[in-house]
Design a protein around this ligand. Structure first.
Ligand code: ZN
Length: 175
């Protein structure tokens, strides 16, 4: 299914990005079968896109990048073009200039593979930090900044220390 492109409905990014915010699919697609990660259910960006369009009437996913497991390895997919902001009701205004990156799936019960942290760091996070000139302290998990204190996004299976060490490993700041 092809979802129409309607950029006029999206908020234009008018400030330089200052943060990266990490999600899994818990906060937006937690109840969706396609958002679960197990052997039987395939997580797909396309599946969440169609759901988002049909049931939420949204023309674009609320993430700029999605890291998804595809045929044995991970790939990073561009979801929302990053000349547009993603807006969340539970994220304070100061974090509006953020690039949102999701790891496809719901990780409340299972841990994320090391390769996924490496993919996040190598394919998206390190380049963004370099290009927009901010550091890993500005890479935040959705649950760290949400006004909803019960929110678990990304799920408990997402380990921030593992993400930070992968960022260090692939940092482009090193000579
Ligand atoms: Zn989230």
């Amino acid at each position: 299914m092809q979802i129409p492109y309607k950029p006029t409905f999206l908020p234009k990014a008018i400030k330089k990005f200052r943060y990266i915010i990490i999600h899994d699919f818990t906060c937006q697609f937690g109840s969706l079968d396609k958002a679960r990660v197990d052997q039987k259910t395939k997580v797909t960006t396309q599946g969440t896109r169609v759901y988002n369009w049909l049931f939420k009437n949204e023309f674009e996913l609320p993430y700029h990048f999605i890291c998804e497991q595809l045929q044995g390895d991970y790939e990073t997919i561009l979801a929302r073009p990053f000349c547009y902001f993603c807006e969340y009701d539970d994220i304070p205004e100061q974090y509006l200039p953020s690039i949102h990156i999701a790891i496809a799936g719901n990780y409340n019960f299972i841990n994320i593979k090391q390769r996924a942290y490496q993919q996040l760091a190598y394919r998206s996070i390190s380049s963004i930090l370099r290009w927009f000139q901010f550091g890993s302290p500005q890479v935040l998990l959705h649950r760290e900044i949400s006004t909803n204190k019960d929110l678990k996004c990304p799920g408990d299976g997402f380990k921030k220390d593992k993400m930070l060490s992968a960022i260090k490993q692939y940092s482009l700041m090193k000579k």
